[in-house]
Design a protein around this ligand. Structure first.
Ligand code: NI
Length: 280
């Protein structure tokens, strides 16, 4: 069901998908000018997969893209288009999920790096929103590319953000269709009321620590088995606890931590002040 317009929450603090630093919104001359001041770029990575009864298919990509955009605005770094096709084989029994093999994803990422590197980019900061991307991302080898460096971070992994997730949801954060990721999508886009998806109000299966450890990085079973075990798509996550205000709070916290980490990575070559506006 499509929500009426009044249930949509517009981005309220300038953070999100309207970033000034989107590569797509620059001309090649502007990118060339940018390369005169920085060789760093942020590359968001997400997925296209089911996220339970009230989470949209693009949840991981929307989170990574929105947070990356806000970080880009904060530090004056360009942000590449989000990589939305990635491995999600365990969710293929849920309509809307698109999964590509891990090696195809890795090859895609290598070519993205290679393209940008050939033009002068050298510091590649991946801001990830999907657990299954981590293994192939960490396996990328840029040693053959002169001066190339890569850093991979998931938006939820920094200490203040982790604490906030714990404080807001405790164990109900769970593993998939988490209230934190759905809150972020609600802050920047569509809100699907739990009343329109009553199954989201049912308490999900509570996962053991052993289960969570064994499935880290989205190591779930075959699609049919996975859907049979988690029929509404949530994996231990009480998605209905999500709300747009939480999403804004999570974004602000994550953006602050990630911006600091990015500056530590990109180093003194960065000058956010000079690069904040579109070059003229
Ligand atoms: Ni997700």
């Amino acid at each position: 069901m499509i929500e009426p317009a009044n249930s949509r929450v517009a981005p309220r603090v300038g953070i999100g998908r309207q970033s000034r630093m989107r590569l797509q919104d620059r001309t090649w001359r502007e990118v060339e000018d940018y390369l005169g001041t920085s060789r760093a770029i942020i590359i968001p990575s997400g997925s296209t997969e089911q996220h339970g009864p009230i989470g949209v298919i693009g949840t991981d990509s929307i989170c990574a893209e929105s947070i990356a955009g806000a970080v880009g605005d904060s530090v004056g770094a360009l942000v590449a288009p989000v990589i939305s096709f990635s491995p999600a084989p365990f969710n293929l029994s849920f309509p809307g999920t698109i999964s590509i093999p891990e090696d195809v994803f890795a090859a895609l990422v290598r070519e993205i790096i290679r393209s940008l590197h050939s033009q002068g980019f050298a510091s590649f900061y991946f801001l990830n929103g999907h657990g299954a991307n981590l293994r192939p991302l960490h396996a990328i080898d840029v040693s053959a590319l002169e001066n190339a460096r890569i850093r991979i971070r998931s938006w939820w992994e920094f200490p203040e953000t982790m604490s906030l997730r714990q404080e807001l949801y405790g164990d109900w954060e769970g593993m998939h269709a988490t209230p934190s990721e759905i809150s972020v999508t609600q802050a920047v886009g569509r809100v699907i009321s739990a009343d329109d998806a009553p199954e989201s109000l049912v308490q999900p299966e509570r996962l053991s620590q052993e289960f969570i450890r064994a499935r880290a990085g989205d190591r779930h079973g075959p699609p049919d088995e996975h859907r049979a075990r988690f029929p509404d798509g949530r994996v231990g996550s009480h998605s209905a606890l999500a709300c747009p205000d939480h999403g804004l709070e999570l974004m602000k916290t994550a953006v602050t931590e990630i911006a600091e980490d990015f500056l530590g990575f990109a180093g003194p070559t960065l000058d956010g002040e000079r690069r904040n506006g579109v070059s003229t």
